[in-house]
Design a protein around this ligand. Sequence first.
Ligand code: BEZ
Length: 328
Amino acid sequence: MAELQEVQITEEKPLLPGQTPEAAKTHSVETPYGSVTFTVYGTPKPKRPAILTYHDVGLNYKSCFQPLFQFGDMQEIIQNFVRVHVDAPGMEEGAAVFPLGYQYPSLDQLADMIPCILQYLNFSTIIGVGVGAGAYILSRYALTGLTSSISEMILGHLFSQEELSGNSELIQKYRNIITHAPNLDNIELYWNSYNNRRDLNFERGGDITLKCPVMLVVGDQAPHEDAVVECNSKLDPTQTSFLKMADSGGQPQLTQPGKLTEAFKYFLQGMGYMASSCMTRLSRSRTASLTSAASIDGNRSRSRTLSQSSESGTLSSGPPGHTMEVSC
Ligand code: BEZ
């Protein structure tokens, strides 16, 4: 019986006569991790994402993607999209050799360059096509900022999805401030540093935890509410006042300044820094016994959870069963 043999077939279906490759334009942009070069084919199509490619190690965009993107049948697809082919730094044709000791960007940093490219081109959504290392880089990018511009990513950090889609005056105001910030490039550097932050490694009862009094505040609909709840669980409960604000999103200091002020007064009073005469009149009359005890000896022997009731619009403090109300 004849043996079956694997035969390598390279499909060949080049461009048809009359099908000419579209004009390409190569650009370079500066990013916090150095400059990156990319080549754009075609023109942006309204309401359509761009196709963005990232090649594998040992290749560049042409050696990785030319056979695919110039394949005959591919034309009916790609003619509907503008294409952005990224060359990893130093991989572009004619690239100079980096000096000895040059620290090549990590794959995470290569992913962090993608928003700079999209911002430069003013593209907000992409279809990513990656091979090998390029697929990793695009996945990293998708984990942090899929289809979002830097300003949208930052807004998603500041506000919950509900707040953003509600598009209140406050959201419009902050979207406008961030999108049109003349120092957006500097904001992006701060954003990148934030995204590359180290873990604080707090451990309740361990060596690494805050020893000072802490007031931790989060909106109950904040985008990172769970992270703040987890942080509270790692702090010393005798030193920590935790306030989860009802009906509050990502920036309670903007949306609920009154309630936050009241909570801050309690916090300061707990450390003996506020006379009870500074308290709101109603709250003073309601809470005299507990708050004055806290302000006189400044003794913070137990955890205090401040929780705000959405119905009454009041704040309560202390362990369960020991409620302190304040007016706001
Ligand atoms: C393109 O049309 O997108 C393309 C052309 C040549 C090489 C790679 C891509």
